[in-house]
Ligand binder design. Sequence first.
Ligand SMILES: Nc1ncnc2c1ncn2[C@@H]1O[C@H](COP(=O)(O)OP(=O)(O)OP(=O)(O)O)[C@@H](O)[C@H]1O
Ligand SMILES: [Mg+2]
Length: 277
Amino acid sequence: MTNILEVSNLSVLDKDKEKLLDDISFSIEKGSSLGIIGESGSGKSLLVKTSLGFLPKGLKASYEKISLFGKDVYDISRNKSKKLIGENVGYIAQNTVEYLHPLIKIQDQISDGFIDHKLGNKKEAREKALDLLELVGIDDPDYIMSLYPNELSGGLKQRVNIATALMVDPLLFIADEPTTALDPKIQYQVMELLRKNHERTKNSMVIISHDLSLIKNYCENVLVIYNGVVQEKGKVENIFNNPKSDYAKALLDVNVKFDQDKTKPLKDIRGYLKTEV
Ligand SMILES: Nc1ncnc2c1ncn2[C@@H]1O[C@H](COP(=O)(O)OP(=O)(O)OP(=O)(O)O)[C@@H](O)[C@H]1O
Ligand SMILES: [Mg+2]
């Protein structure tokens, strides 16, 4: 199997039958990396969630094929899909805060998946966790492990989530805006860690980001999405150097002009409707 994830003709409708994703096809090969770009509200997070089997409540999906490690995640039992994802996928959703349990200490949250999937005992999990926390730029991993999530800043929570996702050496690593809460130095450190991890484990990596220079630096392929429709997909170097679609041209142009302010959503792309500001 060369494709870790294969999606063809995926559409998602909301309760008013409005198309949130429109006939999207894409695939992720073993060992490859994919960046997903497009302005706020274009469907990046929804595409990834739906492809992993996490279709949000109230939405309807139709597709010709969704195949994650050769399995249709909507066609297997919840237990099977949980196991498939738990063992093979490291997924960091956009709002990382929601994904840390408020009543469980970091040391237990970070180790759970590793122990559940029988990758080692508690001591081995602790050692690996300490190493990973250090690699994501945490100075005192021992101390952080003893805390509860509400004792951590947003940036620390995000780094804990990144370390947690890497504990099982996932074959597919997906991070939705992994570095937004991080200052530039830590951002660089985390992205270099992800790059090294990608090279070492030969995993497939998907990064969603508003920061186009980050996608340019760390991904091999890119998918440009607007209003639920794929505008362009292909090799990063081709699309960044020679975008064919009007949307990709405009997006790259805006991003170059406003590269300094990464906190604001992209907007006012001529000829395109704004979906969200
Ligand atoms: N659970 C949901 N119920 C209804 N609509 C949703 C749901 N999740 C997403 N949407 C809608 O789907 C569209 C795409 O949302 P999505 O979160 O995927 O955008 P995005 O590209 O990730 O944006 P951002 O860059 O701001 O994270 C938006 O119009 C959003 O309002
Ligand atoms: Mg999003």
